[in-house]
Design a protein around this ligand. Sequence first.
Ligand code: IFM
Length: 448
Amino acid sequence: MHTFIWGTATAAYQIEGAADEDGRGPSIWDTFSHEPGRVRDGHTGDVACDHYHRWPQDVALLAELGVDAYRFSIAWPRVLPEGTGAVNPKGLDFYERLVDALLEAGIAPVPTLYHWDLPQALEDRGGWLNRDTAGYFADYVAVVAERLSDRVSRWITLNEPFVHMVQGYALGVHAPGRALMLDALPVAHHQLLGHGLAVRALRAAGAPEVWIANNCSPARPASPSSEADRAAAEAYATLHNWLFNDPLFLGTYPDLPSGLSPGSSSGEPSFGVTLGCVRDGDLDVIATPIDGLGVNYYNPTLLAAPCPDDVLPFDIVPLTGYPTTAFGWPVVPDGLRELLVALKERYGAALPPVYVTENGCSQPDVPGQDGVVDDQARIAFLDGHIAALDRARAEGVDVRGYFVWSLLDNFEWAEGYHQRFGLVHVDFATQRRTPKASFHWFRERIST
Ligand code: IFM
């Protein structure tokens, strides 16, 4: 019987601040957030939660919460300001101090090595459209592993390569702000190649456990009796879920549905062949065995058949009839069970143990007159999703952990500080941290 891991998650650019301090280089998010009109109200991560200075207080909060593990991310530009070449020892020192404090508090550190903050110098060379970025990533991972692998036993390579590709390179609503639509697809392959190379670098440094954190969404047809809607749902599932998991667990790319082919509207049978950037041996690298699949789940996606002039082979339609978060996302706890079971059905024995590496919701949290943040909607959200996870376990899925997104209210990318996901409220004017009702609820929940 394996111990179940309870944790919370954060990411470097969303909480650290200290953007110009101790030799950190600029990342694509520094550039993007400083461009007018990119982030709501011009917010940036320059200060964020000031975690770079306040980390002892944040570790104390984690200890009070009683979590087994803390998922955070390491900022590549803090360690290698130019992305490659000279190492910044002060960057490594920061993460070493954090890891040591976590261990001292009895909390297992689970670092993610890439959570969207590519060094700007590498974006200037093509970013994830450039195959070389995969190799630079592995070199950076080797530097971090050399310093920390004697103390860290669980590592996560990438966070949500699907979201990074779509939002950052296809639609341009996240950094680096490129709107290439289907021509962004090589970003998928290069990130996955970087993942595989990083797994090998971590193994070489003796890392016992390596995971990846994939954002996945159950794709539901708007009308289950419509063959066209079912095809649209399968096309979407291929892009969002199978493209980023099949190569890891089956060693192949899925067949691309008609219409999901870069530079053409007709479609081709195989992602790998269509893309032209997949070289011999790449899939072997990508399929290097890993010890855990991290699943980030927020909500299902509802799909209808495309309209005649649509570029893509599906139409995303609103999923109504459920409560919604402050972001407007539908709250569908059973979608988590549905997703975990679908992964098990698709990959069978090839699926490693699964960890829910992100789940949570934004709510319009405002402290009351008494200073209390009574976020009952978040408690209901978490309770419902943990129950759904239990049902997936009862259906035979080997789920071994659950990490709430997020420990702290933080910089929510293009939404700036407008969406609050934390168990802990942050007053961004004073940096005062106030545990919300959900913090106390989660502490009770995991202590039993
Ligand atoms: O804040 C993000 C996180 O960085 C990645 N997963 C989704 C979260 C909520 O949008």
